[in-house]
Design a protein around this ligand. Sequence first.
Ligand code: G6P
Length: 369
Amino acid sequence: DKINKGDYEHYMLKEIHEQPTSIGDTFRGRIAIDKSKIFLGGITDVMPKLTQAKRIIIAACGTSWHAAMVGEYLFEEFARLPVEVEYASEFRYRNPVITPDDVLIAISQSGETADTLAAIKMAKEKGATILGICNVVGSSIPRETDAGVYTHAGPEIGVASTKAFTSQVTVLAMMAFMLGRKRGSMYDQLYKELIQELTLVPEKIVSILKSESYIKEIAEKYKDATNSLYLGRGYLFPVALEGALKLKEISYIHAEGYPAAEMKHGPIALIDENMPVFVLATKDKSYEKIVSNIQEVKARSGKVIAIVTEGDETIKQLADHVIEVPDSHEAIAPLLTVVPLQIISYYIAVMRGCNVDQPRNLAKSVTVE
Ligand code: G6P
């Protein structure tokens, strides 16, 4: 009986609201009570292999590919491992260099995406160890892998992925922190601090969800836009890509996600007073740089909707609208900052009369190649 809309008008909205619970379900039983350790039972057997891997390749499609990109930043920073993120559909048709020292992680909500499955089979033939991060228990991808971690986000019905994304990022963070500790590239104190930060995510999302009606008012202002831009740096660059994907999938407004610093090499030419620019601008090591990117957009009369850390007064003076999220370590920020972007896309699509749960031309699971 979990699969009904309950009091919500659409599955997507329900699934957005489920995130405090679904993320909690992802780490339940996998973090020690005293928050000193992470256990991922599904990958215990391959831990020696993973610890000694020369490289991690992450293959996925769509939203899962965006989670993979967050994974790249996490694995590099905390486990000090080289990572390559691949669109499964490109990877499988190239002739990539894969060795038995590589570990391939396939990420898929449905566990049925044909290209991701084919990428696994190819990497397997070349001797790589294969891990899966999937939501649907017993689906095809987990059956092809050597080991893996289920996201346990619960059934996701809305075609536009929301809670599956945050659960995938949660698993990737747990894996990266655990691996960092095992490889000795992360101090115990930081490890514990980040575990603590992860466990605080559900309550922080509850507080973001309280801004829903305010975010809806912002949606009302931009519902007639024809183009939009999403900017982020570091951990928030993949979130910019995901925010843009959410908007284009369900509202059919053209949206581009870009690394904020790359804006000057192209998208800046598009900015005028009709262009909403969503900027992920929480306080992290690139904060000063993102503030100057906001100034660049404002200097060209673009409309800035900034996602900021609670209490940020600087950006409030510059942006047209700010949406606050609670403070966190920057590695955790994707889990928080994506939520207002999901909400804004949802309301814009509803206001445009779009079929939010089943957007035109899209399928929940792409089992064709
Ligand atoms: C389709 C869905 C997306 C999803 C992608 C990958 O395009 O509409 O929401 O992100 O497939 O699906 P997967 O199940 O492999 O994560």
